[in-house]
Design a protein around this ligand. Structure first.
Ligand SMILES: [Ca+2]
Length: 241
């Protein structure tokens, strides 16, 4: 019952370099929150102009935009990807967008069929937050398993592991940090493949991070886990369509 998340994509043209290259931004469900250490604030721009401002700065990875209400519109640019686990403050009407990568980093695996770029950290054990940080350093986030294609990819990945590792849960990017029991991915999407038995998620406030491994049937499914366990993990770098 996986549904595709509809993405609002904005294509911005880098004005400083003529008509090429174009940049693609993906709207994420990180709404009404402001991260304070922004690069620059602009007022009275359209959302497309805000994206263009971000395009003009080489290290701009995301921006937030508040449309005109009783005051002028506001545009905030960032030199990092904004995500749901980051410290932020309430800020009504603000929406956030990521700038998408053009290509897969050299040490990542590119799956052409699904246009997914990912890396297995099967031998590197980390707590969820540290794994998240490492993925961010790579320009991405912990893997988002919100479509059937990506579940298939995870399944293929586990089947490729040596037998001792197949049954070890790997961290991916699901969490219920914002509100207990409300699970979402790091891009704000909310489609989860919990086991049909209803046994998971089961850990309440002591288990707020998502792990994945095949069940006995060989079908991938998710588990809520204590975020401080040292586990292998999978990163993903989101690509432009
Ligand atoms: Ca929880």
């Amino acid at each position: 019952m996986t549904r595709l998340i509809v993405l609002l994509l904005i294509v911005a043209v880098n004005q400083t370099r003529g008509s090429c290259p174009e940049y693609v931004f993906k709207k994420i469900s990180f709404n009404s929150r402001l991260v304070l250490d922004y690069l620059q604030k602009y007022v009275d721009l359209s959302v497309k102009e805000c994206a263009e401002r971000c395009s003009e700065v080489p290290n701009c990875s995301s921006f937030s935009y508040k449309p005109e209400t009783t005051n002028n519109s506001e545009c905030y640019t960032y030199n990092k990807r904004i995500w749901s686990g980051i410290a932020s403050t309430q800020y009504d009407y603000l929406s956030t967008y990521w700038r998408l990568a053009d290509s897969c980093p050299a040490d990542y695996i590119y799956n052409r069929t699904y246009n997914v770029c990912y890396k297995k950290y099967a031998e590197q054990l980390m707590a969820w937050g540290d794994a998240m940080d490492l993925c961010e350093q790579d320009g991405g986030y912990l893997f988002i398993g919100n479509t059937m294609d990506k579940l298939q990819l995870l399944n293929d990945y586990f089947m490729s592991l040596p037998p001792p590792l197949i049954t070890v849960a790997h961290y991916i990017g699901g969490n219920d940090f914002q509100q207990e029991g409300i699970w979402e991915w790091l891009d704000g999407s909310k489609t989860f493949n919990w086991p049909r038995s209803g046994a998971e998620p089961s850990g309440g406030t002591s288990e707020n991070c998502t792990g994945v491994k095949p069940k006995e049937s060989g079908i991938i499914s998710f588990f809520d886990m204590n975020c401080y366990l040292m586990r292998p993990f999978v990163c993903e770098v989101p690509l432009r369509p």
